[in-house]
Design a protein around this ligand. Structure first.
Ligand SMILES: *Cc1c(COP(=O)(O)O)cnc(C)c1O
Length: 404
């Protein structure tokens, strides 16, 4: 076995250069703390980008993984397996869903959602009704279909020709949707209830309600991409509950496995019927290990105390960041919901979000960015209060140095 010591330089020698990771290589995590190769400790407000929703090495998740690992890891889709069926039943019980399709990543769950939306319209209304409306600055994944539906043209650059029939409206602007939607052509409207990568920008309630009405009027399906907002992130199991707007299809990933790769597409019985036998599939989708872990995640996160705890932690973290923002004149606003927060940089600091991330690392706190103008926080949903205090102290020290 290869036990050679590894360092950051090795990345540039052996990895495709599509990422630019920092110098630190974390080797161990517990709760909301992470240690690197040199034993330096960090408070983790990144949460693996809204993934490790129960922190690192959560005993319940470790237990679920170990228990299933000793039974059976994987079966083909020619079989079914107990963990997948149990998890699907739980997701149906806990949400609007009546049917579940399992995948391995957010991009794949969205790919399934978009294919299903087209197939449903094709079956019920004919091949002309194939257009998808999505939003500028949206992020839906990195497959060719999902970058095309996504609203950041730079992610499509050099990969064209892209799939056709996709239109981008302006987020939080119903009129821009009205200008594009039609009964003849539109099969789906795809939206993040809160744009995550696009800068932690919450949808206005009237906007999301309006999309529901427009979809109903035009026989189009409403697809919520909850890859980032799902699994307790907003203080609700899914953000659609917070808005009281029920989609026809919902994609969930990131937090679902708490760090184990798993994703799901949730939908109704009627819509699901359009993905008949042989129309779609995934080898690893519904993997027994992944579903056993996700079961423990959902069972844990859906407890009312945990969801209530998200709201309390959110208030504390939001207030702490607003105070820092005011003291040093760096943030104009802290927006988002629950433990998905975006600290919007003031005019003077535009384009400098990455500097805050790096300054934080120097002081022992890991924060994220969402674009160049927003510092994003997506910590564990059960981050101890004391770790929030310490993270804020460390972040303040970082901001103090940066602004000195
Ligand atoms: C992260 C993300 C995705 C893509 O998920 P992957 O697991 O990286 O494929 C899709 N949609 C949203 C809203 C996301 O935040």
């Amino acid at each position: 076995m290869n036990k050679e010591p590894v360092n950051r330089e090795l990345f540039d020698e052996v990895m495709v250069p599509n990422y630019a990771p920092g110098k630190i290589i974390p080797v161990r995590g517990e709760g909301s703390r992470i240690w690197d190769q040199d034993g330096r400790e960090f408070v983790d407000l990144q949460g693996g980008i809204a993934v490790t929703c129960l922190g690192h090495s959560h005993p319940g998740l470790v237990g679920a993984l170990q228990e299933q690992a000793e039974k059976i890891w994987h079966l083909s889709n020619v079989m079914t397996n107990e963990p997948a069926l149990r998890l699907a039943k739980t997701l149906c019980d806990q949400t609007f869903a009546e049917r579940v399709f399992f995948a391995n990543s957010g991009g794949e769950a969205n790919e399934a959602a978009f294919k299903l939306a087209r197939r449903y319209a094709w079956e019920h209304f004919g091949p002309e009704k194939n257009e998808i409306i999505s939003f500028k600055n949206a992020f839906h994944g990195r497959t060719l279909f999902t970058v095309s539906v996504g609203g950041q043209p730079k992610y499509l650059e050099g990969f064209e020709p892209a799939p056709g029939g996709i239109h981008h409206a302006d987020y939080n602007d119903l009129d821009s949707v009205k200008a594009l939607i039609s009964k003849e052509k539109t099969c789906a409207v795809v939206v993040e209830p809160i744009q995550g990568e696009g800068g932690v920008l919450p949808g206005n309630p009237e906007f999301l309600e309006g999309l529901r009405t427009l979809c109903d009027e035009h026989d189009a399906l409403l697809v919520f991409d909850e890859v980032q907002t799902g699994v307790g992130r907003t203080g609700h199991l899914y953000a659609y509950e917070m808005y009281g707007v029920v989609p026809d299809i919902l994609s969930t990933a990131k937090g679902l496995g708490g760090g184990f790769p798993v994703a799901a597409m949730l939908t109704t019985e009627k819509v699901a019927a359009s993905l008949g036998v042989g129309t779609h599939g995934s080898t690893y989708g519904g993997n027994a290990l992944a579903c056993a872990v996700a079961q423990k995640v959902i069972d844990t996160v859906s407890q009312p105390e945990i969801l209530k705890g998200v709201k309390a932690r959110s208030e504390k973290l939001r207030k702490g960041m607003m105070d820092i923002g005011e003291r040093y004149g760096v943030f104009s606003e802290v927006r988002g919901a629950g433990l998905l927060l975006g600290c919007v940089l003031t005019e003077q600091w535009q384009g400098k979000a990455k500097d805050f991330l790096n300054a934080g690392l120097d002081e022992g706190v890991m924060v994220l960015v969402a674009g160049a103008n927003v510092v994003r926080l997506a910590p564990s949903l059960i981050i101890p209060e004391q770790d929030i205090d310490e993270a804020l102290e460390r972040f303040e020290a970082a901001v103090k140095k940066l602004t000195a």
